[in-house]
Structure formats: C-alpha cells, structure tokens
Write a protein that binds this ligand. Structure first.
Ligand SMILES: Cc1cc2nc3c(=O)[nH]c(=O)nc-3n(C[C@H](O)[C@H](O)[C@H](O)COP(=O)(O)O)c2cc1C
Length: 318
C-alpha cells in the first residue's frame, strides 16, 4: 500500500523522510535521497542570523533546485524577531516548508538558548513559532525532543503548544535533550504525541531500514518517519529492498552522489576530506571494505576518486 504524507499543501509521496543532518543534508544529498525514494528532505539547520545578515556561507546553504521538491529548510535561533525575518527571506529560495529546530543538543546551539534549550522555555518557543508563522506564507513545522531530561518529559504539552500556535506538523525525536544521542529513542512518547494533536506527527530516532520505518508508523500511529544517521552512505534506506549487497550497485550510488556534489557544490580541494568521509561510508558493510576505504582515502583529488571508483565499477559489473 502506498502511504503519502501531507503537510498543509505539501505532499510527500513516501512517508519516509530525510532528517536534517548538519554537514550532510546539503542539496546533493537531498537530491540523491529524493532519487532513491525519500518522500521529502530536510535541510541541515541554518542560522537565522546568517540569513538576516546575508552571510555568504549561510546563503550558500540555501541552494535548491525544482527537482528536490518537496523540501523543508530548517532554521535555528532563539530571537523571535530575527527568526521571523529569516523566515520571510527564506521564501525567496522556494522551500515548501520551514522547519524550526527545537531539538539540537549541541552546546554551541543551546548555549544561546536555541535548539533543545527551547524545550526548557516553552513561552519563548511559542513566541518564535508565532513570529515565524506571521512573517512567512509557507507551512511551518517544528522538530523537538521528548523533553529536557527524564524528569521533564514534556513532548505532549510542547506539541499541543506548537499546534495551537499554528504549526502544520511536528517531528518528535524520542530522546531527551540530556540524552543527546545516547540510549534508545522512546517510541511511547511518539504515540502519546500522536494521540494528543490532530496535525501530522513525524516520528524519529534509531530507524535503520524501510521496514523499521513502517513498523514505527504501525506501532505509534505516526504519519511519517524521519531517517537520519542510517541514510548516510545508504540512500537505499528509503527503498523496501534496502541496501544492495553487490559492489556494482553500491558504486553506482556513490558515483551518483559524487556527480551531484561536483555539479552543485563545485568543490575545492579544501572539501576533499569531507567528500572522502561521505564516500567511505558507502562501503561500511561490504566485504573488503577496509581496502575500498583505503582507496577512497588515498585518492588525491575528487577527479581521481571518481576515476578509481568508475574503474572498479566497470570491473565489478557481473
Ligand atoms: C551528524 C548529525 C547532524 C545533525 N544535524 C541536525 C540538524 O541540523 N537539525 C536537527 O534538527 N537535527 C539534527 N540531527 C539530529 C537528526 O536529525 C535526528 O533527529 C537524529 O539523528 C535521530 O535520528 P536517527 O536515529 O535516524 O539518526 C543531526 C544528527 C546527526 C547525527
């Protein structure tokens, strides 16, 4: 059965979505995941200050193409006025939704009151949501955690606050702020949020396959599932048949990813380390992965890497 996810007027043809991943969910990876079946992809978190003050590096993160729709750009910040202004400016870059980050536990973000710190300050969170909605004509969504810590599990009241403030969907990562990425994502809290609100609920945390994604929807009643870490080096996670077992298909995936990086990012030598990190992840579970990753890390340029991988692909075609 085909399940679609609707967020206001925005329709995702699959309920499995790419999560925002700082440093990874850029335009090439979002396009790749859409090609491999993700219903919709979320950008990495983008600073509202960077947008409002037109910082070059931030503006570069707003690159998009019509092929990737539907897409959501994620904003982070703690100043309602700047968040509002940034969301107004985002419209120019044509995302389909604006997502607000209220779940990032990284101290660099929370020390300024943004990300997961907003779960400790629901009044400010509400103010931010209202400002963003006021300034933008796009649907607004919010991504947050189960609560601040195990003594303060507030996702249900937080979700209701967000719904009343006017958001079109919520994403709930079933861990607390204090857990960071440790422990297991709690599914019960996703069910409780789903029962409490009537907007779409997207579940998130620890999903590693298509089947697990659908199982989370069955178990919790959530309307969609966001996949983060398991998509790195594995865009097949959005497909029922999953990651291929043969080297030739894996190479096809990594070469396509590199082609998109080359086309959209025009990478400089400075990016070579990151590109090798991205490419190396594709071989993680393959027999002989050590030798394959060594080859990736020893390639002196993107061109050489592409050439080596293509040569290997030709040899591995059955
Ligand atoms: C490298 C990395 C970067 C992340 N960046 C963001 C981000 O920019 N915004 C956000 O809301 N969450 C971010 N997250 C959290 C993920 O979106 C997701 O909530 C979390 O990884 C749990 O999902 P998973 O188990 O499928 O990975 C990041 C996680 C990782 C591992």
């Amino acid at each position: 059965m085909i399940i679609m996810l609707r967020i206001a007027d925005c329709i995702a043809v699959s309920p499995l979505l790419l999560a925002p991943l700082a440093g990874y969910s850029d335009l090439p990876f979002r396009l790749l995941c859409r090609e491999y079946g993700a219903g919709m992809c979320f950008s990495e978190m983008i600073s509202c200050h960077g947008i409002v003050y037109q910082q070059k590096k931030t503006l570069a993160m707003l690159a998009s193409t019509p092929d990737e729709h539907p897409t959501a750009f994620q904003l982070f910040g703690a100043d309602p006025e700047i968040m509002g202004k940034a969301s107004a400016l985002l419209a120019e870059f044509s995302p389909d939704c604006i997502d607000i980050n209220m779940g990032c536990p990284v101290p660099k973000v929370t020390k300024n009151g943004a990300g997961a710190a907003l779960m400790a300050n629901p009044l400010l969170a509400e103010n931010i949501i209202k400002r963003v909605i006021e300034y933008s004509e796009l649907p607004v969504t919010v991504k947050f955690r189960s609560g601040v810590d195990s003594g303060h599990i507030t996702a249900v009241s937080f979700a209701k606050m967000a719904e009343n403030a006017g958001v079109s969907a919520v994403t709930i990562h079933g861990r607390t702020w204090s857990q960071g990425f440790t422990g297991k994502a709690e599914r019960r809290i996703i069910s409780q949020v789903k029962e409490a609100v009537s907007i779409p609920v997207i579940g998130n945390g620890d999903i590693t396959t298509y089947k697990e994604g659908y199982a989370m929807m069955d178990e919790t009643g959530c309307d969609g599932v966001m996949i983060g870490r398991a998509a790195l080096g594995n865009p097949w996670v959005f497909q029922e048949k999953g990651r291929p077992l043969d080297l030739s298909s894996i190479l096809q995936g990594v070469l396509r990813h590199l082609e998109l990086i080359e086309h959209y990012l025009h990478p400089t030598d400075r990016m070579l380390g990151l590109i090798k990190n991205i490419a190396g992840r594709y071989f993680k579970y393959l027999p002989g992965s050590t030798a394959l990753r060594k080859m990736v890390y020893e390639s002196p340029s993107l061109l050489a890497l592409q050439h080596n991988l293509e040569e290997l692909r030709q040899q591995s075609i059955p």
